[in-house]
Design a protein around this ligand. Structure first.
Ligand code: 8YV
Length: 305
């Protein structure tokens, strides 16, 4: 429909969300948070478009006393104080389905790149070392064991990809989902002892904060890789750095970090660590779907409220 809501004011929380404005400006009154004095209270705003970069905490919500709906450009809700939002009866809508395949692809890319030494071999060719030196052999993924931490939508999509590569699927999570050929573990330490790739794909929240700690890392085999496409704070980053420095694990593939966009420089010197700028869902196709969907969520909300 082409329904208009010009009495309704939406706040766009940051620049990365501007592509969604093309769907919204024909219908809503729009305010841009970047153009507003930091502490200004905005009583006119009833809808917020936010992304994972924004901290929607109590003090932010206090600036929006009449907020009714948050349309969040992400699957994860960890940047939002959900208890506070509930108290205020604010509806939160997010985009959990949109990010699944691309994020799982990134996890699979880490698995293949790390085990087949893509970047190390790339430099080997680039530096003209081929035939001058014998290069170390890489490792196959076939028959290797992946341990997925959190078998939700993304975890399942990772498992599907790993199955196609003839890997053995193990997972840890709150519930045994009784999926044939997938081995459930209720003990994360026990699972860690067995796996060649520990892949983090669970939601980031109080329950999962720091669960990949020094003990879990110590249980991993020295040939194992840690891959994180979820949230940085699920791994104790300092503990990960120490286990990499001590060669207690073979390497890591990291899309997310404890304090984004700050990435510890020690990672840059490690040839066995691949880094990405929180790019799991960052494809044109998926981001376009997300921009469209977050806009649609707002239009649908105001059509029915
Ligand atoms: C976003 C994400 O890039 O969906 C998520 O939870 O982490 C990513 O899709 C990020 O939240 C920025 O908005």
């Amino acid at each position: 429909s082409s329904e208009n809501f010009f009495n309704t004011t939406l706040l766009i929380s940051n620049k990365s969300l501007f592509p969604a404005v093309k769907y919204l400006k024909k219908r809503f009154n729009i305010l841009y948070n970047d153009e507003i004095e930091k502490n200004n209270v905005l009583p006119s705003v009833t809808g917020l478009l936010s992304s994972g970069y924004d901290l929607v905490d109590k003090s932010f919500l206090d600036r929006l006393p009449n907020l009714k709906v948050i349309s969040h450009f992400a699957s994860g809700l960890d940047s939002i104080d959900v208890d506070e939002v509930k108290k205020r009866n604010i509806v939160v809508l997010n985009t959990p389905n949109a990010v699944v395949n691309d994020t799982a692809d990134l996890a699979m890319a880490f698995i293949l790149n790390l085990s087949r030494r893509f970047f190390i071999n790339h430099r080997f060719v680039e530096n003209g070392l081929w035939r001058k030196h014998v290069y170390p052999l890489s490792h196959s993924v076939t028959n290797k064991c992946v341990g997925i931490v959190g078998l939700g939508k993304i975890g399942k999509a990772i498992a599907k990809r790993c199955s196609a590569f003839n890997m053995n699927i193990h997972y840890w999570g709150r519930t045994n989902q009784k999926i044939s050929n997938y081995t459930f573990h209720n003990n994360l330490s026990e699972m860690s002892k067995k796996v060649d790739f520990l892949v983090i794909s669970c939601a980031g929240n109080e329950q999962t904060k720091g669960i990949i700690d020094e003990n879990i890392l110590a249980n991993l085999q020295s040939t194992a890789y840690v891959i994180n496409v979820a949230r940085g704070f699920i791994i104790k980053q300092d503990a990960l750095i120490i286990s990499l420095q001590n060669n207690q694990i073979a390497g890591a593939g990291l899309d997310v970090f404890e304090d984004e966009p700050n990435v510890p420089h020690v990672f840059f010197q490690m040839k066995n660590v691949l880094l990405q700028p929180h790019a799991g869902s960052a494809t044109e196709e998926t981001r376009n779907i997300m921009f469209h969907r977050v806009s649609k969520h707002l239009i649908n909300f105001y059509s029915t409220h």
